[in-house]
Design a protein around this ligand. Structure first.
Ligand code: SAM
Length: 214
């Protein structure tokens, strides 16, 4: 079922699509070609694992669209050993990509049963990823500062604690907007000054928590 070659053509097509849409970082492309997305999707959706769309997982949540994952991962500009916090573990797919790129990954998910499933996949694949159930809008201060923080759900505004937990030169990648559409905001900590850029036109499930949607 999950033999590495089973989806070879679909993976090639996915990587070609990324290249055609402007993803240039070869390490991101090679890791996303390597990781078996079918291990992170529900059984019924395995045949659709490499379609460029979000797919449903439990608790009315989604595994993000592959292209969106590629964009956000490239924006993080990960170097081996970087400490990266992910808010919104979901299926664990994004966290696995970060780990495969050599990051030390910390991930938070609000639904414990999603996290339980993701942890099983991490264990199966041998990833050493720190994870907890909780409200990621307040970050994970015990392990701060982080070289990068990636939020995989849509926030109404940038939660202040995440800025405080960003290392110097670190980047926060977060979708911000209303419930129907968001821009991905890239915030860089430049010696305590937070410099923002944005990429328009994305759609994520809501970030629900103390400093997110209620
Ligand atoms: N990174 C995930 C993946 O690779 O499958 C994407 C998951 S989905 C698009 C976003 C996730 O954020 C959902 O699983 C949702 O439960 C979670 N989430 C929403 N608000 C959260 C919060 N305040 N803290 C932690 N997780 C949250």
């Amino acid at each position: 079922m999950n033999s590495p070659n089973k989806f070879r053509n679909e993976k090639e097509e996915m990587i070609s699509l990324f290249r055609s849409r402007g993803i240039k970082d070869e390490s991101v492309l090679s890791v996303m070609k390597k990781i078996e997305r079918q291990l992170f999707v529900d059984e019924a959706f395995v045949p659709r694992s490499y379609e460029d769309c979000a797919l449903p997982i439990s608790n009315s949540q989604t595994i993000s669209q592959p292209y969106t994952v590629a964009v956000m991962t490239e924006l993080l500009q990960i170097k081996k050993g970087d400490k990266i916090l992910e808010i919104g573990t979901g299926s664990g797919y994004q966290a696995a990509i970060l780990a495969e790129l050599g990051a030390r990954v910390f991930t938070i998910e609000r639904f414990s049963d999603l996290l339980t499933k993701a942890r099983l996949v991490f264990a199966k694949l041998g990833y050493n990823i720190a994870s907890k159930t909780g409200d990621g809008t307040i970050g994970w201060s015990e392990f701060a500062p982080f070289d990068g923080i990636i939020v995989t759900a849509a926030a109404p505004e940038i939660p202040e604690p995440l800025l405080k937990q960003l290392a110097n030169s670190g980047k926060l990648i977060i979708p911000v907007g209303d419930l129907n559409s968001q821009n991905i905001i890239i915030v860089t900590n430049d010696n305590g000054e937070f410099v923002e850029k944005k990429i328009e036109g994305f759609k994520f499930v809501p970030l629900v928590g103390k400093l997110g949607w209620k």
